[in-house]
Design a protein around this ligand. Sequence first.
Ligand code: UD1
Ligand code: CA
Length: 451
Amino acid sequence: MTALALVVLAAGMGTRMKSATPKVLHKIAGRAMLGHVLHAGKALGAQKAVVIHGPDMAAVRNEAMGVIASCEFAEQTERLGTGHAVAMAKQALAGFKGTVLVLYGDVPLVKADTLKALLSKLDSKRKMAVLGFEAADPHGYGRLITKGKDVLDIREQLDAKPAERKIKLCNSGIIAIDNDLLWALIPKLSNKNAKGEFYLTDLVKLANKAKTKVALALCPEIEVAGVNDRNQLSVLEREFQREARRAAMSQGATLIDPDTVYFSADTKLGQDVVIEPNVFFGPGVSVGDDVEILANSHLEGTSIAKGARIGPFARLRPGAEIGEKVHIGNFVEVKKARIGKGAKANHLSYIGDAIVGAGSNIGAGTITCNYDGYEKHLTDIGENVFVGSNSSLVAPVKIGAGANIAASSVITTDVPEDALAITRAPSKIIDGWAKRYRAARAAAKAAKQKS
Ligand code: UD1
Ligand code: CA
């Protein structure tokens, strides 16, 4: 197999995004657009990746290295065209033997399978291939001038003659090209065109002149749609979610109302998972088999083991590790806490920075007081502990296995195994007090009204 290098153009700030964040870092399904592109490239087994960014884009570098640790970078300081942007990768690709795949940080939905199909068009006669699409409205795109299955040239909108403007077969911008051919042709690009830019698309004409054919692969328009503003971002988000829902169902999850469930790009679901309406998966959630996630739950950075039941109205935050057959009920928030097998927290609780042993029961209204205003502390609850309702567990604190916390207690010291801890005032009964109280108050009110 030929070696593969990615060149990803990510220089644009995206002024129409109206944002302090570089365009390619805006997210779809919880993942930066640049991340989507690099993940697709990584899935192809690329040996090298070069991201072309603008000035001062440390955040872009960090995002890229989070996906491909060995990613290299080059800066495009002046925006002189797509050909000029790719030329910035010269040093990084010096001596590389193989194929270069040019991708765009603001074209996030392109699928690895589509890119594979593009690469498969390359052979000894075709050292370059272009990814094209049939545009519903071709205005603004480069048109593909083809002959049979090959591409002869690409004509940009502003340079196209009226007859050429009628062509609906358009250039996505994504190309695959042999590295040696790329660097033989790049110096030949000129900026004598309507935009005064060095067009990457002119490589097609130059390749044909250099006696190699240029192949064509096609894909659906939506896969190569770019993002220039936040409306377009939302259109691609919707498309991503539609696909993610379909994938979840075809892999064995039941979504009662799919249109109301939102996934992240990295959500993992087991088999026979049932998801009720209005459930949101933030980044980093993995769900085991036979888990039920009831309506209106919000999850992120969480793992849920087989057979657990979450919600309705549950909030699972980063670091929540939910064990097998655990029940997390309504208005329960769990953060950075390991909940052991079969444990239950069914109502109105905050469990943060905690360990809850297997089989324990966390009563309604239980709060782990994890924060003292300066630092977070651990609440360590053993197995088969019973925490009575409305208890406050002031961390750091350890509750031994089998212990029982009486309702409404404020626990500030460790509790030994199998002990009872109770901190509330004892009940006191005064016979007939309420009846006498009512009589006295009623009489006082009547006397006032008379006078
Ligand atoms: C480009 C293609 C066009 C194709 C269209 C698909 C060229 C000359 N034209 O046109 O055939 O149909 O994309 O959307 O390539 N960029 C840089 N540095 C630059 C210029 C551009 O990084 O100096 C990046 C942009 O940020 C963007 C991409 O390259 O991600 C495309 O640039 P853009 O100016 O939008 O090209 P189009 O005119 O849309
Ligand atoms: Ca564009």
